[in-house]
Design a protein around this ligand. Sequence first.
Ligand code: UDP
Length: 239
Amino acid sequence: MKYSPEKVHRVIVKVSGEVFAGGKSFGYDNDVLVRIAEDIIQVRRDGLSLGLVLGGGNIYRGGQAAAEVRRVTADHIGMLATVQNALVLAEYLRNRNYHADIYSAVQMDKVAMYYTHDKAEKSLREGKICIFCAGTGNPYFTTDTAAVLRATELNANLVLKGTKVDGVYSDDPVKNPNAEFIPDITYDEVLSRKLQVMDMTAFSLARDYEIPVKVFNLNEPGSLQKAIMSKTMGTFIHP
Ligand code: UDP
C-alpha cells in the first residue's frame, strides 16, 4: 500500500513532549512552540480535520518517578503533564487567532472539556483544532496509545507521529551510523524485524484496526504539512 495524500482528510498528530523542550531536557522552547503552532495552523488552513495528542515527557514520565512515588500516582502526574502542554500550545494558537478545543481524558472542568467521542467529533466537524490530553485517562498506558485510540474512535485516516528523527531506521541511527532509513513498511514487517515504532499496545491497536501511521521529523519548519502532503517524507507504516 502506497501513501496517498489525497486519501487523508482527518489526521491525529502525536507530538512527543520532548519536542516542546527543543534542545533542552525539560520544559519549553519558545521558538519550537511558535513553529509548531504555525505548522498546525498551516495544516488547518489546508482544510484538513486535525486532532493533536500531546505527550508529557518534557515535564514528567511515569517510569522516571521518585523512589517513593507509586507507579499509578506517577502515571497520574505524567497525564497532568500532558494537560499542561495542551494549555501551553492552545495559548500559542490563540495568540495567532486560532481556537483549539482542549479535551482531557481526566475530568477537570475548569481547565479542559472532558473527552467524549461525540463532543470531539462535533468539534472536528465544526472545523476546530482539537487538542487531546491526559492520554487515555488510565495509568500504564502511553500517549502513543492515546493517539491511535483517538484516531480509531474518530475515524482518522492517519496517525502522524512527530519525533526528532526522520522516521524508522533498521537500527538506532544515533548508535549505528550504518542504520538504514525505511521509507515504507507493513505492520507485520515491523514486528518480524523487531523495529521500534511505538510501544506494543499502541502498535497492536493500529495494526488491529488498520490505522496507518507515519513517523516523521517535526523539527523542520513546515514539516507537518510536508509529512501529510509528501509521498516520500517520513516512514509510512501500513497493513
Ligand atoms: N500516561 C499515562 N496514561 C496514558 C498516557 C500517559 O499514565 O494514557 C503517563 C505516563 O506516565 C507517561 C506520561 O503520562 O510516561 C507522559 O506520556 P508519554 O510518556 O506518552 O509522553 P511522551 O514520551 O510522548 O512525551
